[in-house]
Design a protein around this ligand. Structure first.
Ligand SMILES: Nc1ncnc2c1ncn2[C@@H]1O[C@H](COP(=O)(O)OP(=O)(O)OP(=O)(O)O)[C@@H](O)[C@H]1O
Ligand SMILES: [Mg+2]
Length: 230
């Protein structure tokens, strides 16, 4: 086994029940992602990009096949403990930011740390470091309603990296942003990749995202259509 493969997707199929029948969203996917990659899934709407990211992040389970993280066979079908373990190593960024409106920016970024055994001082240090990475330490006390979309996505990035994950999965992270903010977000993510060694996997339709990717995997009808390293 090549332990440089931080993500290994083996013969993964995902079916969703639709009424009396089933819909096959992913069909026999095989992919290897190496540590430190800056890669992304592209392809038409409905081709399975989000479904695959959700499986990698253990937000859902495959119908068949396995997903290995860091060479460990953790992605068995219904092993909740493995999923929890995997979540410790993976951060998420979503198209719609998913910030909790009643909490401050600080508390939103702190949220993933509350499940860990960390002191208040340790949490504060980690949160401020993450906010510093995205250039937002000065707005820690604001609420999500008081900040812009670009700032909200930077808060979501801070939240995704606050646990120092090995992998960040980003599902259309620039879809709701203007091009200035989209480039700003991609510059931050590229820097996190280069300086902290975080492995990134995107899903995107956005040419601004695609131009940053070093490897582009095209999905079509739930299958890998093309896999190209630049
Ligand atoms: N929970 C579900 N139940 C039934 N079908 C689903 C479910 N989730 C996704 N699908 C179907 O699986 C296919 C793949 O969906 P997915 O969201 O992965 O596409 P996508 O490539 O991310 O598309 P987009 O670019 O629009 O975000 C679609 O046809 C979708 O309708
Ligand atoms: Mg999607």
């Amino acid at each position: 086994m090549n332990t440089n493969n931080i993500i290994e997707i083996q013969n993964v199929t995902k079916r969703f029940p639709v009424g009396e029948t089933e819909f096959t969203a992913l069909s026999n996917i095989n992919l290897k992602i190496q540590k430190g990659e800056f890669t992304g899934l592209i392809g038409p709407s409905g081709s399975g990009k989000t479904t695959l990211l959700n499986l990698i992040g253990a937000l859902d389970i495959p119908s068949e096949g396995e997903i290995l993280i860091s060479g460990k066979n953790v992605a068995v079908k219904s092993d909740a403990e493995s999923a929890l373990l995997r979540n410790e190593h993976i951060g998420f960024i979503f198209q719609s930011y998913n910030l909790l409106p009643v909490y401050s920016i600080f508390e939103n970024v702190e949220f993933p740390l509350l499940l860990q055994k960390k002191s208040k001082a340790e949490r504060k240090e980690a949160v401020m470091q993450a906010l510093d990475w995205v250039g937002l330490s000065d707005i820690a006390n604001k609420k999500p309603s008081q900040i812009s979309g670009g700032q909200a996505q930077r808060v979501a990035i801070a939240r995704s990296i606050v646990k120092k994950p090995d992998i960040v999965l980003a599902d259309e992270p620039t879809a709701n942003l203007d091009s200035t903010n989209a480039y700003k977000i991609m510059d931050i993510l590229k820097k996190l990749n280069e300086e902290l060694g975080i492995t990134f996997m995107f899903s995107s339709h956005d040419s601004k995202v695609i131009e940053y990717l070093r490897r582009v995997i095209t999905l079509e009808d739930g299958k890998v259509k093309n896999d190209e390293t630049k």
